[in-house]
Design a protein around this ligand. Structure first.
Ligand code: CS2
Length: 480
């Protein structure tokens, strides 16, 4: 039926180019793109966005058919509010023509390059934040002028800008990493150093890499969502995004020559000098809880976060996790009460209109756990505070990457280290050996930390094997 409906199409012309965004997934299209469009409709400016996909041509193909317009749907618990987003100037699929992207990035009109390339896109060592020189994409990008990694594109384009006497662009990281700007600076300058040390010096001196904290829950779009939207609007949009009402973007105000959209009156945006407290709060409280719920919820048989927190045992667990293990490690940003922030998070997680799959959040755990869970456990251990809840979450990740759930069904584990994780898990027969093997991955667990975690994680892992996720949660929730 929906196939007879007209397709979404663009009547006007796209806005002028000012920003290139690398990693054109549902998150950016529900978050940064909307904010930038709002800022321009408030205060003007040439900040149209060239969106770039690095991994798959699908989004580009779909958007091309509809003039690069798409619908962003705000999912309230009881209603949906669609909005057509017009801010994309153009869309590219980078591997199709790497030289074209380098040349577009070298255009002086491009003053900001924003990134949502996920944790693994930084090609860094998660436990240290430094560039992973052994990474195969980085090895390519050192020797080859046609880059593969996002960093490779940035460095090659910055080299051209410097040669042309043009200013560098600001690199605006929007990924869930603490000090994401610093990590971005480390890896970009680190790669430039291997190609041309004088370029590295210039980037480090003239370039700007503000850190940001980004927040909006955006599940992956499904075919069912696409059909429901067509029924609602009477138009076919093959590339819509569906997001929760909440939005936050805290940005360090440090841009090359102060060049940025006028965000001062934009809803959800806060410009600050230092984003650290916001980032820690968000990564540990929201993302730490998300990952804990994802592994334990998945093992217990729950498909979405909303389903998981509907179970009173999980609600009790997550409240205790915040109050007793996470909040005590944080300093509240000015004007925020952390307990109230936790209560608001629980409301957001409970939104039944958001079908955020536990499996989706469980993805790439090797890249997420150091900042979401391990760092918080270490802070607790340092002051002798018991930390049974997060330890159980870490053990649940270990059980998850072993590839079999509580009912004996196979789990499709998605992680850049998936095969290594499975092999290490299988090479130990008993919990003690399995846990020791997984803790030996230094990219995730520095040796000293691994030693401190071993006893407690083994106990939690053994509980999971014996009693399953719910049974373990019952025990741990009493202890907390
Ligand atoms: C989630 C995040 O998939 C995940 O790992 O924890 O995408 C989360 O939804 C966002 O960071 C919310 O801002």
């Amino acid at each position: 039926m929906t196939s007879q409906l007209p397709r979404l199409y663009r009547k006007g012309i796209p806005p002028n180019l000012g920003i290139v965004h690398l990693g054109l997934g549902a998150f950016f299209r529900s978050h940064g793109a909307l904010v930038i469009e709002n800022a321009m409709s408030d205060a003007g400016g040439d900040w149209g966005i060239l969106g770039v996909s690095l991994k798959s041509p699908l989004t580009r193909n779909k958007l091309a058919l509809q003039g690069n317009l798409y619908t962003a749907v705000q999912m309230n618990p009881e209603s949906q509010i669609p909005r057509i987003v017009e801010v994309l100037n153009d869309v590219l699929f980078a591997p199709e023509d790497p030289t074209e992207l380098v040349s577009r990035l070298s255009d002086p009109m491009v003053r900001i390059v924003s990134l949502t390339i996920t944790e693994k896109g930084y090609c860094h060592v998660p436990s240290t934040g430094e560039l992973n020189i052994q990474h195969k994409d980085i090895q390519n990008d050192i020797h080859n002028t046609e880059p593969i990694s996002a960093l490779g594109y940035l460095v090659r384009a910055l080299a051209i800008r410097r040669a042309n006497g043009c200013r560098p662009f600001t690199v605006l990281s929007c990924d869930n990493l603490p000090n994401n700007g610093k990590v971005a600076r480390n890896v970009v300058v680190g790669l430039a150093e291997l190609i041309d040390p004088s370029l590295a010096y210039w980037i480090n001196k003239e370039g700007r890499f503000p850190s940001t904290m980004v927040d909006r829950i955006v599940p992956a779009t499904t075919q069912h969502d696409i059909q429901r939207l067509a029924a609602l609007t009477g138009k076919i949009d093959e590339a819509p995004v569906f997001h929760e009402p909440f939005l936050q973007w805290v940005i360090e105000d440090d841009f090359v020559d102060g060049q940025r959209p006028y965000f001062e009156n934009t809803l959800g945006v806060k410009m600050v000098k230092d984003v650290t407290l916001f980032e820690h709060m968000k990564v540990r409280m929201l993302n730490g809880a998300h990952s804990s719920l994802a592994y334990l919820g998945y093992l217990a048989g729950y498909q979405t976060i909303a389903e998981t927190v509907k179970d009173p045992l999980f609600t009790k667990f997550i409240l205790k996790l915040w109050n007793q293990e996470i909040i005590p490690t944080l300093t509240a940003p000015e004007g925020i009460k952390l307990h109230a922030y936790g209560n608001d998070l629980l409301d957001r997680f409970s939104n039944p209109a958001i079908r955020h799959r536990t499996w989706q959040i469980a993805m790439d755990g090797s890249q997420k756990l150091p900042q979401r869970i391990v760092a918080t456990i270490v802070d607790n251990l340092d002051v002798g505070r018991p930390c049974h809840g997060l330890t159980l979450a870490l053990a649940a990740w270990m059980r998850y990457v072993g590839g079999t759930d509580d009912r004996g069904d196979r789990i499709e584990v998605k992680d850049p280290l998936a095969s290594k994780l499975l092999e290490l898990s299988n090479s130990g027969l008993e919990p003690r050996a399995k846990v020791a093997n997984l803790l030996s991955i230094e990219e995730i667990f520095p040796i000293k930390i691994a030693e401190r975690l071993h006893e407690n994680v083994t106990a939690a892992y053994s509980n999971l094997v014996e009693k399953g996720a719910r049974g373990s949660l019952e025990t741990v929730t009493e202890l907390l």
